[in-house]
Design a protein around this ligand. Structure first.
Ligand SMILES: Nc1nc2c(ncn2[C@@H]2O[C@H](COP(=O)(O)OP(=O)(O)OP(=O)(O)O)[C@@H](O)[C@H]2O)c(=O)[nH]1
Length: 174
């Protein structure tokens, strides 16, 4: 069983407003990410915010730890609930490839260019929790390394929405 985890906290300082709620084709980036993961996962959770179109979890061990705090919350929940894996993505990664799960399997693996998009065995939860208490606690690449993740190519470019201009460019492409 795979639990999908949308990492949707952060400050959106470059975007200037909550980018999870920014819309593309009439849908929020948050809703698009939840929908995308729902295609591969039995259930999807959203971390780092209180309201979402899916159940939410507070970051672990506290807010403002960055994406790894959201991943840790999802991993702990997944392990406690008997899931084998977590499929993670950030809310600002638009257009995940249709064959994402095939590319990422077998776990652990993550995208070379965007390691926040990864397939993680829930057995890596303790490693992640220990990392979050170390000075490397903001390093997604360090977690990928410690978890023994393969770095895989996405096959297509996955645009990151950091600024309003990034979103406008995606809207223009249709
Ligand atoms: N759950 C959770 N997700 C986060 C957190 N920080 C960032 N993210 C997500 O991780 C992705 C990458 O975040 P960044 O672009 O580095 O940071 P940001 O805070 O969203 O944006 P900037 O303030 O412009 O850097 C985004 O999709 C965020 O939603 C956090 O503390 N908790």
């Amino acid at each position: 069983m795979i639990l999908g985890a949308v990492l949707a906290g952060g400050r959106s300082s470059r975007f200037g407003s909550d980018k999870a709620l920014a819309e593309l084709d009439g849908h929020s980036l948050l809703a698009l990410a939840v929908d995308a993961l729902s295609g591969w996962c039995e259930h999807v959770v959203v971390t780092g915010r209180e309201t979402a179109p899916a159940p939410t979890l507070p970051d672990w061990p506290r807010a403002d730890m960055g994406p790894l705090g959201g991943l840790a919350a999802a991993m702990r929940h997944a392990q406690d609930e008997g899931y084998d894996h977590v499929l993670s993505c950030s809310v600002d990664a638009a257009f995940l490839p249709d064959d994402l799960l095939e590319r990422l399997g077998p776990a652990p693996a993550c995208l070379a260019a965007q390691p926040v998009i990864g397939l993680w065995p829930t057995s890596a939860t303790a490693v992640l929790e220990a990392l979050l208490h170390s000075e490397d606690r903001h390093s997604m690449r360090r977690f990928a390394d410690l978890a023994g993740a393969r770095l895989v190519e996405a096959g297509i470019a996955i645009p990151n929405v950091n600024t309003p201009e990034d979103l406008a460019a995606l809207a223009r492409k249709g």
